[in-house]
Ligand binder design. Structure first.
Ligand code: PEP
Ligand code: MG
Length: 755
């Protein structure tokens, strides 16, 4: 480095000493700027800190007027410093005053300095401040100098993030690093939770930033990169899934980046400046995140996500730690924050201590969302960079009714939410009072309200909600959360426990619905272009009947002496239904021949979730004992919009004329055939959705357990005939006028319904 006194390594070593000194925060900053200026032969070195009010305050300087410290405050987009902060990119100029963004503050006395190098102070991709060096002469700072200043900025980020500067800040102008944040995402499950952040994949806490021996750090980095590469090679060769259930193409992307010279080169450069290997990974990762947050191209964002993930792996290799989160040491009132998560991982946590879930990804019908609902925890998806802005232990509020997340909330915000939680608790007790009331509308229509279930944790909900049965038992959940394939005996004992818990109340079991987005951790992932449209559910069951037959046998045996309702997922043609039903007949014959106790009755039905069934309803209704409509999949295929893809999940509305017209045809035909029909998709679990369904003629709904109270309260206050008279003309009129949802909402308000 030209003219530098001892180069970046010496600077870092000296910085380490300063960081360890027992001095005040201000003194530490003052010493740091002197050190940097001397080391980089700069006449000026200044630190600007981003404040909660989004301005940048001069916190320390060597070279500018000292009286400007804590007096000069720039808008976050003002001048070159603002530009560095807002773009999160370095700016390196030999003649700063000619730059269009240059802005001059007389109190600083900076008019005599021409060259300017400013770098963002970044942590986990977030800008915390700006570090600047300036010189009188028109000089261009070398790449090495720029690199060294960025490395220094990283060390500085720790000082700012530690919160120690708050002590010298004016109230309302504290550093933004620990500021309250209000983020908005997609509500996945209702509920309000106040608690503290637990990162599902804990960020590695770096304790040592500065290398004792650079040569050693280079070697550590090389060997970690090597191990990571060979791990990825082995995983891909064996075609196995990693813990997170990643697909092959994701692993391929990781491998591509792992061998990418550019990425590895940036890591090597960072180590060469004197950082430890893990600090180098963190620096490169933080820069990457900063870019990721500003990228608008979804493809690019995805790739940067991959890089971010790869950096995590490398960090764990370096520190010899695995991915195991603190599941067994979960504090009270934990709110999990994760990039993405599978249903099994969520179930591993201690339910009693878990209050909420915040995901960067995740659509409303993804299986982790379904499990969050089964567990009754507030859940929100689509929160950008949640894992970057929330630190472990931070106070956090999750509002699953609106999709709002408050990280480090202000005391006022916290107070407001405590009050809302109290109000909700009061409402819950009102729902509880409705538990034993028959579900009959104001005009005397009886509506069967059942619950959806799939795990033993769901069974107590039957009693708690007063539901009239289980309308959908998702048998695949037992498989999805198990570490190994559940044997026939384990299936049998779950089914029997379910029937025991239900007693007189009916239960409808759905045979295995695996494939597509329902990935089994122990099953080889099929490399399909389009898994949602691929070899899944009943298709898999009919092609490999061994598995389906043994499940049917377990169901028939578990229901010995009792009534059994069973149905098939993803039936697309009547022929498929015939074939599946014949398997049931075969198993019945088999059990009869072997003298087993048979169920008192067996009713066989099908899910309606593939739109092709709409055009085979007459033939289908001749064959089935009942129908159950899975609106999650039906709407996904209807609108060709992936239910698990957060980007398109809220693009189409199920409460719309095309969907409701289709659903009306089904209910009318079923009624004409005298065939029972239930809706078990999530549409029925929202009061407005349930209102629409009852209005078009449905009289049986199967809901998420937490939805029973609100839906029942709405139905008890509803005049179903009035709703039908309002709704049916609405869906028959030409589409494209006022959205049906808005009109129905208005109707609900006029009728005094709680929606
Ligand atoms: C549905 O598709 O609506 C449904 C109830 O089934 P699942 O959500 O389990 O796919
Ligand atoms: Mg489905």
């Amino acid at each position: 480095m030209r003219g530098a006194l001892g180069g970046p390594r010496v600077l870092l070593r000296r910085l380490r000493e300063v960081m360890a000194e027992p001095v005040s925060a201000q003194e530490r900053l003052d010493k740091i700027v002197v050190l940097i200026a001397a080391n980089m032969v700069a006449e000026v070195c200044s630190v600007y800190v981003l404040r909660v009010d989004s301005t940048l305050e001069l916190y320390a300087t060597e070279g500018l007027n000292k009286s400007a410290v804590h007096q000069t405050v720039l808008r976050s987009d003002e001048g070159l410093v603002g530009l560095v902060a807002s773009e999160a990119n370095p700016i390196n100029l030999s003649d700063a005053q000619n730059h269009p963004a240059f802005s001059y503050r007389p109190e600083t006395g900076e008019e005599i300095y021409h060259s300017f190098l400013g770098v963002p102070v970044l942590r986990a991709g977030n800008t915390l401040g700006v570090l600047v060096v300036q010189n009188r002469a028109r000089r261009t700072y070398t790449e090495e100098e720029e690199e060294a200043l960025q490395t220094t900025a990283m060390v500085l980020a720790e000082t700012i993030a530690s919160g120690e500067l708050s002590a010298i800040a004016k109230p309302g102008a504290e550093p933004a690093a620990r500021r309250p944040l209000h983020l908005t995402g997609l509500a996945l499950n209702d509920g309000i939770a106040l608690g503290h952040v637990v990162l599902h994949e804990p960020r590695v806490v770096i304790t040592s930033f500065i290398a004792d021996d650079v040569g050693k750090e280079v070697k550590r980095l090389e060997s970690a990169v090597e191990t990571m590469r060979s791990d990825l090679d082995v995983m891909l060769e064996r075609g196995e899934l990693s813990d997170g259930g990643e697909h092959r193409d994701v692993l391929e992307a990781y491998r591509m980046f792992a061998y990418d010279r550019g990425w590895v080169h940036r890591l090597e450069e960072a180590v060469a400046t004197g950082l430890t290997a893990e600090a180098a990974v963190e620096r490169v990762q933080s820069d990457t995140r900063a870019r990721m947050l500003r990228a608008t191209d979804p493809y690019l964002r995805e790739r940067l996500h991959d890089l971010d993930e790869l950096a995590n792996r490398l960090m764990h290799h370096l520190l010899g730690k695995d991915y195991a989160p603190a599941r067994d040491r979960l504090p009270e009132n934990s709110i999990l924050v994760a990039r993405s998560m599978g249903p099994a991982a969520l179930l591993d946590y201690d339910r009693k201590r878990l209050r909420g879930l915040v995901l960067e990804e995740g659509g409303p019908n993804s299986h982790v969302a379904i499990v969050a609902r089964a567990l009754g925890i507030a859940a929100i998806g689509k929160i950008d960079n949640a894992t970057g802005v929330a630190d472990p232990g931070d106070p956090i509020i999750v509002d699953g009714s609106t999709g709002d997340v408050h990280v480090r909330p202000s005391p006022d915000m916290e107070k407001a939410y405590v009050e809302r939680v109290r109000l909700r608790a009061r409402r819950q007790s009102q729902y509880l009072a409705l538990r034993d009331k028959p579900c009959t509308t104001k005009d005397g229509q009886s509506i069967a309200l059942m619950i959806n279930a799939g795990l033993p944790v769901d069974l107590p909900h039957l009693e708690e909600t007063g539901a009239s049965g289980i309308g959908l038992f998702r048998t695949e959940l037992q498989f999805m959360v198990a570490a190994s394939f559940p044997r026939s005996a384990e299936q049998f004992s779950l089914y029997r426990a379910v029937l025991d818990a239900a007693g007189e109340r009916p239960v409808t079991f759905r045979t295995l619905d695996i494939g597509g987005d329902k990935v089994l951790p122990f099953m080889r992932n099929l490399d399909e272009e389009n898994p949602a449209l691929g070899w899944r559910a009943i298709r898999l069951g009919l092609d490999r009947p061994g598995l389906l037959r043994s499940q049917i046998r377990a169901l028939l045996r578990a229901a010995g002496g009792r009534d059994l309702n069973l149905m098939f997922p993803m039936i697309a043609t009547v022929e498929e239904f015939d074939e599946a039903r014949s398997l049931v007949e075969r198993e019945l014959t088999h059990l009869r021949r072997h003298g087993h106790k048979l169920p008192a009755s067996v009713k066989v039905g099908t899910m309606v979730e593939v739109p092709s069934l709409l055009y085979q309803l007459d033939e289908l209704l001749e064959r089935v004992d009942f129908l159950s409509i899975g609106t999650n999949d039906l709407v996904q295929f209807f609108y060709a919009a992936d239910r698990g893809n957060a980007r398109v999940a809220d693009r189409f509305d199920a409460i719309s004329a095309p969907v409701l017209r289709a659903l009306r045809v089904i209910v009318e035909k079923a009624r004409a055939h005298d065939t029972p029909v239930t809706v078990c998709g999530e549409l029925a679990s929202r009061p407005l959705g349930a209102l629409a369904l009852v209005a078009i003629g449905y009289r049986a709904l199967s809901l998420a357990p937490s939805a029973v109270g609100p839906v029942k309260a709405m139905l008890l206050a509803l005049d179903a005939a009035k709703a039908a008279a309002f709704m049916i003309p609405l869906i028959e009129q030409p589409v494209g006028t006022v959205p049906i949802r808005d009109q129905l909402q208005k109707f609900a308000v006029e009728q005094g319904l709680q929606i």
